[in-house]
Design a protein around this ligand. Structure first.
Ligand code: GLN
Length: 489
């Protein structure tokens, strides 16, 4: 049971083999047993979970099942939920209770899902290792000395260790795909504008997007289908997005006629040799399934990290100015005056990575520097987008490694922000271009998972899902589970 996919659990629930309450109990027991070692959940209220499961069983009995009826789904601590705390793993939001549900949370509730606790993350989603969390680091189930990736590290670890069958994450520069890769699960970042950002605590508004973290490609489609769609409350949520059949896209079992682009800029010196081998082997498997591998070039990729680390901190510095000690969360004791309250509340509330981003962002936006940094970065962004458009004239999808390295040791990169930023080298470009991406397991290096990243044209999540589903059905990487969590065969 524990390592079942959402689809398998749905079949069992629909057949009456198990009730939502029984399912919730089983996962709650697992979370109680394993969370202390992993620190994947920062808030989990068993009573609340069971009450939702009871309500779901009652709904099923009265009206029949909705698409995610009774299925437990964990929520990254960045999504506002009316019930329980929403703290973005920051001291500045310690004890904050949101007055409303994020749009995607409403969507999950409407689909019958059982919200299963809040997961650990880098503070304000700024990080690639989950080490900047105010609640302490989360550990990788495959090796507890290692990070699970970030920023959605708690969601990734919880799903990888089957403390919950699926979770929601957010991805601004890779925060769904990189932790999915480093923990051996599937993670999908939809096209920018596909999913509403309302009620998701803003990091970089032109990049942030929510998506599923799951044990299979079909599970990602099930959640994608539930959370996607227009929301008049988010002006960047697209009203006339092309219709798509999420589940039918996963029926693909071969790759006949599929042209897969292999960008030379994503197979670079300095990346882990084992990662390269695993991804090369995955592409060979795709060829066997009928795909044609086409060498392509995305020349402006080399500027993606630099452009991102101007744009994302700039937007973050504006978004985070709302935390002033007045309206949300932490306020310092006995301020001398208003300015003292602002500065001390912020100083005490934000961690050092968040402060670094605010300083960098304010610098890049300040008069005299705006054109040299922010404007230039936006111009580079256009070039990066154009690279992808050119590539998609020749190929249907693009395949790359998700991360140049497998999970690294806790503490290994914390003193060196630049090295940490380079962890996102393969995931960032598509956020800048607004494109959808998916990471799925495709190998192992020294017992640690390796991820294969798929990139598709805007609004073609069906291409991602189809390619990934075909690969998944032909290989067994998605069925591998970490030792010590009761899933050994
Ligand atoms: N690691 C990147 C950063 O720190 C991306 C984070 C994210 O996608 N939220 O900005």
């Amino acid at each position: 049971m524990p390592f079942s996919t959402l689809s398998e659990l749905k079949t069992r629930l629909d057949a009456g083999d198990i009730s939502a309450v029984e399912l919730a109990r089983q996962y709650l027991e697992r979370a109680e047993k394993h969370n202390p070692a992993l620190n994947a959940f920062v808030h989990l209220d068993a009573k609340y979970v069971l009450a939702q499961a009871e309500a779901s069983d009652a709904y099923r009995a009265a009206h029949g099942a909705r698409t995610l009826e009774g299925l437990p789904i964990a929520i990254k601590d960045i999504f506002c939920t009316q019930d329980g705390p929403t703290q973005c793993c920051s001291n500045i939001l310690k004890g904050f209770h949101a007055p409303y549900d994020a749009h995607v949370i409403t969507r999950l509730k409407e689909a019958g899902a059982v919200l299963f606790g809040k997961t650990n993350m880098d503070e304000f989603a700024m990080g690639s290792s989950n080490e900047t969390s105010a609640f302490g680091p989360c550990r990788n189930p495959w090796n507890s000395d290692c990070i699970p990736g970030g920023s959605s590290g708690g969601s990734a670890a919880a799903v990888a260790a089957a403390l919950v069958p699926a979770a929601l994450g957010t991805d601004t520069g890779g925060s769904i795909r990189q932790p999915a890769a480093l923990t051996g699960i599937t993670g999908m970042k939809p096209t920018y504008g596909r999913v509403s950002r309302r009620g998701i605590i803003a990091f970089a508004s032109s990049l942030d997007q929510a998506g599923p973290m799951t044990r299979s490609v079909r599970d990602a489609a099930m959640i994608g289908e539930a959370i996607a769609g227009h929301d008049a409350g988010d002006s960047t949520s697209v009203a006339d997005a092309p219709e798509m059949n999420w589940l039918a896209a996963c029926d693909r079992v071969d790759m006949q006629g599929l042209k897969i682009g292999k960008p030379k800029e994503y197979f670079i010196d300095g990346m882990d040799a084992g990662v390269r081998e695993a991804v090369d082997a995955a592409l060979a498997a795709c060829e066997k399934l009928g795909a044609e591998i086409v060498d392509i070039s995305l020349p402006n990729t080399q500027y993606a990290v630099a452009a991102y680390y101007v744009i994302a901190p700039s937007e973050a510095s504006a978004n985070l100015s709302r935390y002033d000690g007045v309206r949300f969360g932490h306020r310092c004791e006995n301020p001398d005056d208003l300015l003292d309250m602002y500065t001390r509340s912020r100083d005490e509330g934000f961690g050092s990575e968040v402060k670094r981003r605010i300083l960098t962002g304010n610098f890049a936006l300040s008069s005299g520097y705006y054109d040299a940094y922010y404007k230039k970065a936006q111009q580079v962004r256009t070039l990066i987008r154009q690279d992808f458009l050119n590539a998609f004239e020749k190929v249907d999808v693009i395949a790359t490694p998700t991360s140049p390295v497998p999970a690294f040791k806790i503490g290994e990169k914390t003193d060196d922000p630049l090295t940490m930023y380079l962890a996102d080298i393969f995931t960032i470009a598509l956020n800048l271009a607004g494109l959808p991406g998916l990471s799925q397991p495709c190998g192992a290096v020294h017992g640690l998972p390796v991820g294969l990243q798929w990139i598709a044209p805007a609004w073609r999540e069906d291409m991602l899902l189809g390619a990934a589903a075909a690969y998944e059905s032909a290989t067994d990487w998605s069925t591998k589970v970490p030792q010590g969590f009761g899933g050994e065969t």
